[in-house]
Design a protein around this ligand. Structure first.
Ligand code: ACO
Length: 325
């Protein structure tokens, strides 16, 4: 018995922050942002909205499409670096709102790779028969941790949530190979030092903006392209597949130029590469499940299609999953 995705869902805040809006906040231009990142707008949650609200909406959609009840779910994994609160986990808060009382629930902190991490962790548990249904969520309100005086980062990030219900599927279908990796030596390439036991959480650290994301964009760019390409090749090889077998490539939506560079290294036909970054910005762990659900909704995914997903994020973390729909 294999594990596969039985249903997907996604949810965005209604608020939209366009490049024109950002031109009024920092010294930037629509032309610079579009050329360097591919982003035209991003979603932004309103004050008072919080991460689990979007995660719950995405999850309800995924559960309904999977044709199961919330009470059937055995495991909830919520990938997020922007939790509702420090304790309990956002996954537990989602569990309560869904009424998924049978489930074990926990968060995964793997930045933009969190959803791929969740799928990779749930996969062997389902295959082994230890659990039947897992709900894997990527949910972020990144705009809460963006420094709107730092033009190098504030143009990139957006808010949203995506979810997938995983369960048993027939042999030869579902997840064919999945791999995750990390390298903590790259901590300071992409990080938010405030708010924890090391950096502290005081009026001083807040005033300094220690809780905001900080990034060395050029370094992230180079390692992201290499890591996503390498892990994609690895999972395809483990599944006994070649790039030519891929019907749909969903990379993490970090930057359109990263997506194009990875697709180019892998020699994937650009027509098979999904991108929504122009409308959403980088939603970190939410980006891949949102893309997947958009592809399902639009009919772009068909039975038997081979789907390759690749992610890269702060840590650094990265991962790849290949599956047959
Ligand atoms: N508007 C106008 N100018 C800008 C802006 C902006 N928003 N941001 C930076 N610049 C300026 C810089 O100050 C610099 O000016 P200078 O030459 O006078 O010093 C110039 O543009 C070039 O800056 P670079 O950082 O070299 O620009 P680059 O082409 O590398 O683009 C970017 C920056 C978009 C951040 C790019 O490096 C990138 O996308 N990196 C990947 C990081 C990423 O996607 N992170 C997302 C989170 S991690 C993840 O999801 C994997």
């Amino acid at each position: 018995m294999n594990a596969g995705i039985l249903g997907t869902g996604h949810s965005y805040p209604e608020g939209i922050l366009t490049n024109a809006d950002l031109e009024k906040i920092v010294e930037t231009s629509d032309d610079w942002i579009t050329t360097r990142t591919g982003i035209k707008q991003r979603r932004k949650a309103a004050p008072g909205e919080y991460t689990s609200q979007f995660a719950v909406r995405a999850s309800q959609e995924a559960i309904e499409r999977a044709g199961i009840d919330a009470g059937d779910i055995d495991l909830i994994l919520c990938a997020t670096v922007t939790p509702d609160q420090i304790l309990p986990s956002t996954a537990c808060l989602i569990q309560a709102q869904l009424g998924a009382h049978k489930a074990a629930a926990m968060d995964i902190v793997a930045a933009c790779s969190g959803f791929v991490y969740g799928v990779t962790i749930a996969n062997p548990m389902i295959r082994a028969g230890q659990i039947k249904y897992a709900l894997v969520i990527g949910a972020e309100l990144l705009t809460r941790y963006v420094d709107y005086t730092d033009r190098a980062t504030c143009v990139l990030f957006g808010d949203g949530a995506g979810a997938a219900v995983l369960g048993p599927v027939e042999d030869g279908r579902g997840i064919l190979a999945a791999r995750i990796r990390s390298d903590g030596r790259y901590e300071e390439q992409l990080f938010a030092p405030g708010g924890g036991t090391k950096g502290g959480f005081t009026a001083e650290t807040i005033a300094r903006g220690d809780h905001f994301f900080k990034m060395k964009g050029n370094e992230v760019f180079k390692v992201a392209v290499r890591s996503m390409s390498d892990i994609s090749k690895q999972v395809l090889c483990e599944a006994g597949l070649k790039t030519e077998d891929v019907n749909l490539f969903i990379p993490h939506q970090a930057n359109q130029r990263i997506t194009e560079a990875v697709a180019n290294m892998l020699k994937v036909d650009p027509a098979l590469v999904y991108s929504n970054i122009a409308q959403t910005g980088n939603t970190s762990s939410a980006s891949i499940p949102i893309c997947l659900d958009e592809c399902v909704e639009s009919g772009r995914v068909k039975k038997d299609d081979v789907i390759l997903m690749a992610s890269f994020g702060g840590g650094f973390t990265w991962g790849g999953v290949v599956m047959r729909w």
